[in-house]
Design a protein around this ligand. Structure first.
Ligand code: UTP
Length: 466
């Protein structure tokens, strides 16, 4: 027997062609059935139907796309640094990590932030960030509140990890964990998917879900109450990110060409084929165009010096103002959903079990945070060095794998040491031929090594921890 509310929901499902998700409902325990109906009640069925009907995303007019201007590496930044430092000293900066993803490519059981990331001691990503935050807090004499977005799929494990690690020695009141929303995955013909007889296949709603979640969780209000004006935004999988970068924060907050609403860091693309989004300008606005959407003639086009015209690769590091997020969360603003074909486990009635498909079988809808760039009044892009700041853990092997990231970490740390006269072994391709880790407590940037006792030489294959 269905309750009135369940009957209404069953009718809505029928009118949207989704009744199949109730096919096991009668056989479920009372509690499981209640849970299934609660999951279904949270789904915006008209939105799903609209997304199914709208098919592929609207195409951009690429004839109007230009490369976005950016502040090039090596541009003098003394004033920006001073301004960024004053923001940090005044407690106007918060740290914001998006950690709600599923990390399927890396294949790590558990939240990605718990992955052992550093090259010598294998510190988990969350510890790497926590230690950097602690070092910055000491330097600037103010707490840097840390906001971490999880998803309903990993929030309990994430919270347990922080608790088990005693909040990495920081005041628990300065770490704010909150959940993003989810979207149902759908089959290629637009049907909701059961993962078990009593639960749907849901996926986190993308890092763009951050905007709604920051508001809904009270995180924005909390920032405001603390006097925070800007967030330092980064993804959980980049152990090399500079969390409290005074130059970037200063340029963002007061640099020429910035509205102080949302700014970004970029690195020069390795080559035309590199699979990263690119900062472009469309109608006077800075936007990121994904590599998969960019027409080949633009991707490959060269400037008069023979360099890639569309060279500004996005590394998903932003500075975002609290006021901008508040502006976006007023009214019914929502970022668009992108669709991605993915392998989604599904309940197979004949095999009576959840099956892991070998090939993509479903569409996941995700919003992307960089779609907010085009809404900012003006947006600044700053170039940084790949070796200094970008070594993400995306894949289990090959490019952007742990081994790949370790090499970049050693390269960066070797470069820092060379600056102070330490002899560093290098391979023929220029890579550092040793494993070198530098803790945040020792140095947040190369110049911090000036006052440290350093070895004169590191030997080939040596492991060094500073
Ligand atoms: P990715 O796009 O690399 O996805 O996320 P992922 O989920 O970590 O990994 P795959 O694609 O399943 O292998 C980039 C960043 O955005 C966060 C991730 O946690 C990561 O920091 N993210 C992604 C969210 O916070 N929520 C999401 O819904 C998706």
């Amino acid at each position: 027997m269905l309750s009135d509310a369940e009957r209404t929901l069953a009718d809505a499902l029928a009118s949207h062609g989704q009744s199949h998700v109730l096919r096991h409902a009668d056989a479920l325990s009372h509690a499981d059935r209640k849970a299934l109906f609660a999951q279904l009640a949270a789904i915006d069925l008209p939105l799903i139907s609209r997304l199914v009907k709208s098919g592929a995303e609207a195409k951009t007019d690429y004839s109007a796309v230009k490369p976005a201007p950016y502040v090039a590496l090596g541009t003098p930044a003394g004033a920006a640094r001073a301004h960024g430092e004053s923001l940090l000293r005044a407690g106007k900066v918060a740290v914001f990590t998006v950690a709600g993803g599923q990390g399927t490519r890396l294949g790590w059981r558990g939240p990605k932030g718990t992955y052992p990331a550093t090259v010598v001691t294998g510190k988990p990503l969350f510890r790497v960030f926590a230690e950097q935050i602690t070092a910055a807090e000491k330097r600037y004499g103010r707490s840097l509140p840390w906001y971490i977005m999880t998803s309903p799929l990993n929030s309990a494990d994430t919270r347990a990890f922080f608790r088990d690690n005693n909040w990495f020695g920081r005041n628990p009141a300065d770490t704010f964990l909150f959940e993003q929303g989810t979207m149902p995955s759908i089959t290629f013909d637009g049907k909701l998917i059961l993962e078990t007889p009593g639960s749907l296949a849901l996926n986190p709603d993308g890092h763009g879900g951050a905007i709604r979640a920051l508001h809904a969780s009270g995180a924005l209000e909390d920032m405001q109450a603390r006097g925070v004006e800007h967030m330092s935004y980064f993804q959980v999988d980049n152990p090399m990110v500079r969390i409290a970068d005074p130059v970037f924060l200063g340029l963002h907050a007061s640099g020429e060409g910035s509205s102080g609403e949302m700014s970004s860091k970029m690195v020069a693309k390795r080559d035309a084929a590199e699979k990263v989004g690119v900062f472009c300008e469309v109608g006077g606005k800075t936007v990121v165009i994904e590599y998969s959407d960019m027409p080949a003639e633009l991707t490959n086009s060269l400037d008069a010096q023979g360099k890639l015209r569309f060279n500004a690769g996005s590394i998903a590091i932003h500075a975002i103002s609290v006021a901008f997020m508040q502006r976006l969360t007023q009214g019914d603003f929502a970022l668009p959903f992108h669709r991605a074909k993915k392998k989604v486990p599904y309940w197979c009635d004949t095999q009576k079990k959840t099956v892991e498909p070998a090939e993509p079988n479903a569409i996941k809808f995700e919003a992307f945070v960089f779609d907010a760039l085009g809404i900012a009044k003006k947006s600044l892009v700053m170039e940084t060095s790949r070796t200094e700041e970008f070594a993400p853990l995306k894949n289990a092997t090959g490019e952007d794998s742990p081994a790949w990231s370790h090499q970049i970490q050693s390269n960066r740390n070797g470069g820092w040491l060379e600056k102070f006269g330490v002899k560093i072994p290098r391979k023929p391709n220029g890579d550092v031929d040793a494993r070198i880790e530098i803790a945040a407590e020792t140095a947040l940037e190369a110049d911090d090594l000036a006052d440290i006792a350093l070895p004169r030489e590191i030997k080939s294959g040596e492991e060094v921890l500073l």
